[in-house]
Design a protein around this ligand. Structure first.
Ligand code: HEM
Length: 109
């Protein structure tokens, strides 16, 4: 794998680790306070903070997973580097699209 992809995968992994911890803490907090879906949407709608938090999360996952998938495909399937890269980029873009759509659903008014 090229050094650049290796660095991006490690950087996104390092970014996701704290994001996962904060996300779990947020879930515990919401359950502890017994928040309803309406309460939660009331807090997330229009919030630049939550839009950036989950937007960064989605971007990191899309980059990280597509680089990882490329490696797995090259090592474990008969496809060559180029088709593996094309498929992984398409998969990453799909993750990005679905993820940003989910973020938009909770932060847009
Ligand atoms: C907190 C979240 C995560 C952390 C800390 C993390 C960390 C890592 C690390 C350290 C590697 C090894 C990189 C290397 O050896 O070059 C890796 C590989 C990988 N990760 Fe993640 N990861 C996370 C989430 C995810 C998610 C959500 C996905 C998929 C949706 C994913 C898919 C992969 C794949 C496919 C590989 C490649 C495995 C390989 O090269 O054999 N990871 N991850």
């Amino acid at each position: 794998m090229s050094l650049r992809l290796y660095i991006w995968q490690r950087l996104t992994a390092a970014l996701m680790a704290p994001l996962v911890l904060v996300h779990v803490a947020v879930i515990f907090n919401a359950s502890r306070k017994g928040l309803t879906a309406a309460d939660i949407l009331g807090r997330t709608r229009g919030s630049i903070m939550w839009a950036s938090f989950y937007g960064a999360f989605v971007a990191a996952v899309a980059i990280h997973a597509s680089i990882g998938l490329r490696t797995v495909l090259i090592e474990w399937s008969p496809v060559g580097e180029r088709p593996a890269a094309m498929f992984s980029i398409a998969f990453g873009l799909l993750l990005l699209m679905l993820g940003l759509r989910a973020v938009a659903a909770v932060v847009l008014p």
